[in-house]
Design a protein around this ligand. Structure first.
Ligand code: ADP
Ligand code: MG
Length: 686
């Protein structure tokens, strides 16, 4: 829609628009056609000032009464306007001299103007701040300026809505798009791609703007399906590409795995055996495994990883085992040494805080005869060379960025990858962004675990909690006390931990109380943890450094202070530090008031549930999926229009269509992917 702007904007130099369009990824006519509106404005009818909607913009037909440039509180243009129903002010904080003149001319000639904006109460009465102004045609002054809903496009500096509209309209006219999706039961009820695009760029006025903005209209559904199919195709192709890459075949002879199983003080659960079976099969393939091992906190993922490591070592390859925190890496190191060193496996250890000479020794071991190298992300620095890396194991994979995972794939010659996580991936994400991963699930806990009892206690009853600790310790138990999370200040968090430690030391004079926090030197942290693990400390006061992985089976009471400040996943992880032994365990959540509604909801969920999957599901509902994937970094093309939550039911359909296309019309698959993702930097990088 061309508009004679009373508030004409200054001319934008050609380079501005070219650069802007480039930035928007708009090059080919196709890109313009697929550049769809964010939302729509309904300028198909005029609203009286007195009937302005309570919220949201509307179109008003007004006459100018007075034009003033005010200087207080700052320079601004104030235009007093009216229609048959009342008066209002237009307020412009940034304006040009030409705008003032145009309003004055409109006032002198009694012209009717169209103003689009949201009418809000202001200091001088109702006002429109920075409305979009256009001249109304005199004869139909109060008639609508537009016959279709006005699309509002995502844009960037230097590219106006009008410029976009003009180019998009032209692109739509010039382009003849072939349909790439097969006609099937999944698509038959929806308009075709071309029809959908035409509709969405210029919807008729009788369409409900709300429904359109909510993207539930069949035309939107068509677009979302198209995009999701493109995503599924790219995932499937990435998987095929991975299969074409060569990886070492890690066929073990069973000598180490069998010896390890025999030496364990427990029998593997069915679920552990099954998961290892799947991994074993993968390692026998000549293309790189990419498998996620999922299992709730305490389900026993580490031993499964150790078996995988043994298999790789039997086959004559090295294994890297990476953990997200120093504490956890150290703990894995100790555990792996105790399991594997007796089998003659040589283990090196790398961490960021290691002494130089020590590090050097471990580095040269990694480059020569170490079978297994355990560490933090320090493992994947440039200085670390492996002599023959065959398998990479990443614990708590959700803690690592994609960049780190990619860096590690560069080491060695396409090593196999095993990732572990206690955070289940919700179904929609598993089917889309993570569809390139194979997944094994450990869905049972080792036998003999008694469920953790969770109690909620207000912080006014701290004395009762201390009494509970006293009697637990007297009964031979060990306890954790987790200090409150203080988001805005590490220093304050540290101070709180130190204070709490002092207070509890005083309250429990007969017992040993330890303290760990992030500021301790690595060896101090480790010696404290070791003292706790060995039973030398009765109570361990800690910040969230103990959140993941820490495994001290004799600890059976967990106190979390200001539990309302923690996220659900965090609470579940923390609580998972107890309930690891035979003893009945409990978790006391101390909360401070007042509680926000979300905090209340979180505490209710953690109180009622012990199953990590259910907690993650509830968490997803509270927070939305965005936070669960490092969105931008996932390496999978981003979805522009489809929304995994809103369009969850379309994903299985998209999968079926993608499979059908790969089988029946493979030549169209590239056309389709290029159409949807060709403008963006990347397809999935494997
Ligand atoms: P997570 O899956 O949370 O990483 P871990 O691997 O740390 O769990 O295992 C938790 C605890 O359970 C450890 O002490 C481990 O030795 C023990 N464990 C693992 N598998 C079994 C089993 N099959 N039977 C008994 N205990 C087991
Ligand atoms: Mg673990």
């Amino acid at each position: 829609m061309a508009r004679a702007g009373a508030a004409a904007k200054p001319k934008i130099p050609a380079t501005g628009i070219t650069a802007g369009l480039e930035k928007l990824g708009l090059r080919r006519p196709l890109d313009f056609a697929l550049h769809l509106p964010l939302r729509y404005e309904d300028q198909t009818h005029v609203t009286l000032l007195s009937e302005a909607p309570a919220a949201g913009p509307a179109l008003f037909a007004i006459k100018v009464r007075a034009v003033t440039v005010a200087f207080r509180p700052r320079r601004q243009l104030l235009v007093q306007v009216e229609d048959d129903s009342g008066r209002a002010n237009l307020r412009f904080l940034n304006f040009y001299g030409s705008q003032t003149k145009q309003f004055e001319r409109a006032r002198d000639e009694g012209l009717t103007l169209h103003a689009w904006g949201e009418l809000k109460p202001g200091y001088l009465g109702p006002e429109l701040v920075h409305p979009t102004i256009s001249k109304a045609p005199e004869e139909t002054a109060t008639a609508a300026p537009s016959e279709t809903l006005t699309p509002q496009y995502p844009t960037t500096a230097g590219v106006s809505q009008t410029q976009l509209r003009t180019r998009i309209t032209k692109a739509l006219k010039d382009l003849s798009l072939s349909e790439t999706l097969p006609v099937s039961d999944h698509t038959r009820h929806l308009p075709g791609l071309t029809a959908s695009l035409q509709f969405l760029h210029a919807p008729p006025p009788d369409v409900d703007v709300g429904a359109l903005n909510a993207r539930k209209h069949p035309a939107w559904q068509r677009i979302c399906i198209e995009e999701l199919v493109a995503q599924q195709l790219s995932l499937r192709k990435a998987r095929l590409a991975r299969r074409q890459k060569g990886a070492p075949v890690l066929r073990g002879n069973g000598s180490l795995t069998n010896a390890l199983i025999k030496a364990l003080p427990f029998a593997l659960t069915k679920a552990q055996e099954h998961a290892y079976g799947e991994i074993c099969t993968d390692l026998n393939q000549s293309y790189p495994m990419q498998r996620l091992l999922q299992g709730d906190v305490g389900s026993g993922k580490t031993i499964v990883a150790a078996l995988a490591a043994c298999q790789a070592i039997e086959a004559g390859y090295q294994v890297a085992f990476m953990a997200p925190t120093e504490l956890l890496a150290e703990q894995h190191y100790n555990k792996l040494v105790s399991w594997l060193a007796p089998l003659g496996i040589k283990i090196a250890w790398l961490s960021g805080s290691q002494k130089k000479s020590e590090r050097q020794a471990h580095l040269s071991a990694a480059a020569s005869d170490a079978h297994l190298v355990v560490g933090t992300h320090a493992l994947f620095e440039d200085t670390v060379d492996f002599s023959k890396l065959g398998l990479v194991i990443i614990d708590e994979q959700h803690r690592f960025g994609v960049a780190q995972r990619l860096a590690l794939r560069q080491k060695g010659n396409n090593p196999h990858q095993l990732m572990m996580s206690a955070t289940p991936i919700p179904r929609t994400l598993a089917m889309s962004y993570f569809a390139d991963l194979d997944c094994s699930v450990i869905d049972e806990l080792p036998p003999g675990r008694t469920p953790i009892r969770t109690r909620l206690i207000a912080d006014t009853r701290r004395e009762d909690v201390i009494a509970a600790i006293r009697s637990a310790i007297a009964g031979g138990e060990q306890c954790y006390w987790v200090c409150p999370l203080i988001e805005e200040s590490d220093t304050l968090e540290l101070q709180t931990a130190i204070d709490t430690h002092a207070l509890l030391t005083e309250a429990l004079p007969d017992y040993q109380v330890g303290l760990v926090h992030g500021r301790l030197k690595a060896d101090e942290k480790i010696s404290t943890m070791r003292a706790f693990a060995d039973g030398g400390l009765h109570l361990l006061v800690a910040t969230t450094v103990i959140e993941v992985g820490v495994d001290v089976p004799n600890a059976s009471l967990m106190v979390i202070e200001h539990a309302e400040r923690f996220g659900l996943a965090q609470l579940h992880q923390l609580r998972g530090r107890v309930g690891r032994g035979q003893r009945e365990s409990s978790c006391i959540l101390i909360y401070g008031k007042p509680l926000s509604n979300t905090a209340k909801e979180r505490l209710r969920i953690i109180y009622e549930n012990t199953d990590g999957f259910e907690i993650a599901q509830a968490d997803l509902q509270l927070r939305g999926p965005g936070e669960l994937i490092g969105k931008r970094q996932s390496g999978v093309p981003m979805l522009r229009y489809a929304d995994l939550e809103r369009d969850a039911d379309l994903i299985p359909t998209a999968q079926k269509i993608a499979d059908q296309m790969l089988k029946e019309t493979p030549a169209l698959t590239d056309v389709h992917m290029d159409r949807w993702f060709g403008h963006a930097e990347g397809f999935l990088k494997t």
